[in-house]
Design a protein around this ligand. Sequence first.
Ligand SMILES: [Ca+2]
Length: 239
Amino acid sequence: MDAMDPTSRNLSRAARYLAPLAAIAFFSLTGGCEGADRTPVSLEDLVEACPDVSANLVEDGGFESPVVQSQEYDPIVAGGNLEAWSVDGGAVDLISSRFWQPARGKQSLDLDGSCGVGSISQQLRTIAGQDYQLCFALTGNPGGPPAIKSLEIWWGDQRVDSLTVDVSFSTFKRMGWTYVHYRVTASADSVVLSFRSTTPGCYGPVLDDVKVQKMESQILMREPTWTIYPPRAPARIPS
Ligand SMILES: [Ca+2]
């Protein structure tokens, strides 16, 4: 973790304080609820953690294809087949739900493959000047070090953020998924969205449920915001 980087954030710690704000953001996005409900987010809310405000520009944001052929996960090196996504560097692992809990669907993606510090990208069709909600589910591979995973999110040539996520208290059955939201603006009729691991080794940040959706101008949202998942068990956040 680069402690000197002011944009770097520890999600587990931040989520503890920002979950109520995320709830506020969630309700403002869905246009409901006077006064945000601060009760823990339910499994049903998880499904809405990236609310469908408009069509998702991202193809296969859930990393559901290709279907994992092995019992646990399939390594994909740079240039390999991740269908809708390009694997641009290092290697990634496409992970089956037989191996660990995805945020949604049956698969998720470890940005550190076996082994290599990976990066992925996808070109999206956008409208210049239009605001979009970028939202995705994030955790890390608890199977090996380091405990704190890091990655960068890029929107074209702009670095949206540099994040860290602490998986000290995660397990394969309860991966400790967190939803992250940003507001981004397109400057042209296309943009390349990319996720780049900055975690050395073979156990990296893990992604699922990536969405980019057109935002209506009246929607106001704090950025970034976090939603804790899974919240039904006692929070596994170090004191
Ligand atoms: Ca998925």
